[in-house]
Design a binder for this molecule. Sequence first.
Ligand code: SAH
Ligand code: SF4
Ligand code: F3S
Length: 446
Amino acid sequence: MKKVYIETYGCQMNVSDSEVVLSLLADAGYGRTSDIAEADVILANTCSVRDNAEQRIRGRIDYFAQYRKARPGVLVGILGCMAERLKEALTESGKVDIVAGPDAYRSLPALLEAAFDGHPQVNVLLSREETYADINPVRTDDAGVSAFISIMRGCNNVCSYCVVPFTRGAERSRDPHSIVREACDVFRRGYREVTLLGQNVDSYLWNGPAGEEVNFARLLEKVAQISPELRVRFSTSNPQDISDEVVHTMARYENICRHIHLPVQSGSNRMLEKMRRRYTREWYLERVAFIRSVIPDCGLTTDVIAGFCSETEEDHRDTLSLFEEVGFDAAFMFCYSERPGTLAARKYPDDVPQEVKVRRLNEIIALQGRKSLESYRADIGKTFRVLVEGPSKKGSGQLCGRASNNKMCVFEAPGCKAGDYVEVLVRDCTSATLLCTLEKTCTAKN
Ligand code: SAH
Ligand code: SF4
Ligand code: F3S
C-alpha cells in the first residue's frame, strides 16, 4: 500500500480540506503516515494569504526535494491556495509533481497515477458546485474532541487586499442535511465540539429542491439541536453580514459557544472603504454593542491589518482607538502584504514603508496585550464549564480546555480526560490563559 504524508498550512478550512483529501486518498487505497521518510506521496496544503505564508512553503518544497531524490518514485504535491494561485509555475522548479487547487481534490487519485508515470500533473479548475458534501473526512485531530466542518466554500466578497476569492473561487453553500449528518456522526464517535467553517458564515444560504430555505441561523440551530452535550462554534463572521437572528439563536442555545470572531481589519472609515469592506467603524461598533446587549458575556476576537495602502498616522490611531473601545479578548494582527492580482495590488501603491508597518503593528500588539490581560482578569472569580481538550501545553500534569467564550483554561483534574466536561473556578490569569481550579466534574465521555 502506498503511503501519504500531509502537512497543512493556513486557515481552519485547510485543516478541514486536508481531512477530505485523506478520505479521498484512503478510498483510492492510500494509507496515511506521519513519517515523511516512509512516504510515497508528500503533500503540502498551502496558504497564499500573505507573502510570508508562501515563502514558508517554498522552504518546505526545497526540504521535500531531498526525500524525492533519496527514493525514486516519491511524489511531491502542492495543494490548496498557493497551488491555485501559482498553477504550472510550481512544477517549473522540477521539485513538484502535482499541483491541485481546492476544488480539484476528487481528481487526486488520477493525478497521482499519471504522475507516477513521470509526468507532472496540474488541476486548478475552480468549481461553482463542489462542496465535497458526500465525503466523510478522515479526522486528523488525535484527541477526538473537536471537529471542523466546512459549511460553505469560496468567497463572493471583494476585499481589495485579499487573495482568497481568487484561490477559492465563488461562494457556495453545502447541503445542510450533509452538515447535520456529519455533525451527528462525529458526536456519535465521541467528539464534543464542532466548528462550522466558512469565509463568511452569515451568507450561508441553501435552497433545497422542495423550496426549503436554510440560512445560517437556521443551520446553527439544527446543529445545536443534535445534543446539548455537543458544543457548536463557528468562524468567520463578517461584520457586514452578521445578523440579529444569528445572535438571538446563540442566546437561545447554551451549547452554541459564546464567542464571535469578527474581523475588523481597520478602525478607519477611509481604510475600510479602500479595503472594500462593506461596513463603517460606526456599524462595527453598533454590531459589537448589539452582540453584548443580547449576550453580555460573549467572547470577541478580531483580525486587523496594519499599514494598508496610504494608511496615515491618523488612520492608524483610529485602529488603536477602536481596539481601546471594544476591548477584544484576543486578535490576529498582521502587516499588510500585497498579493498579486488583487484589486489593491492593481490600483493602490503599497506605499507604507515596511518599518512603519512593523512599528504600527507593534503598537497594536502592545495595546491588545494590555486589553487581553484586562479581559482575562475580568474573568477571575467566575466559574466556567470547560470541555477538556487534553494535557496542557506546559506539561506539569495539568489539563486544558476552553470555556464557552473561547478562553483557554488550565487546571488540575485527576481522573478527567479529553472529551469530559468539567466546571472550573478562575483563580488567576495571564493575557492568554485562565488559571483555574476544579469545582466539579460534570459529565464523563462515554
Ligand atoms: N474571511 C475572513 C478572512 C480570511 S483571511 C474575513 O473576511 O474576515 C484571514 C485574515 O488574514 C483576514 O481577516 C485579514 O486580517 C488577513 N489578511 C488577508 N489578506 C491579507 C493581506 N493581503 N495582508 C495582510 N493580512 C491579510
Ligand atoms: Fe477575503 Fe474579504 Fe472574502 Fe474574507 S470576506 S475571505 S477578507 S475577500
Ligand atoms: Fe490561506 Fe487559503 Fe485559508 S489563502 S487563509 S489557506 S483560504
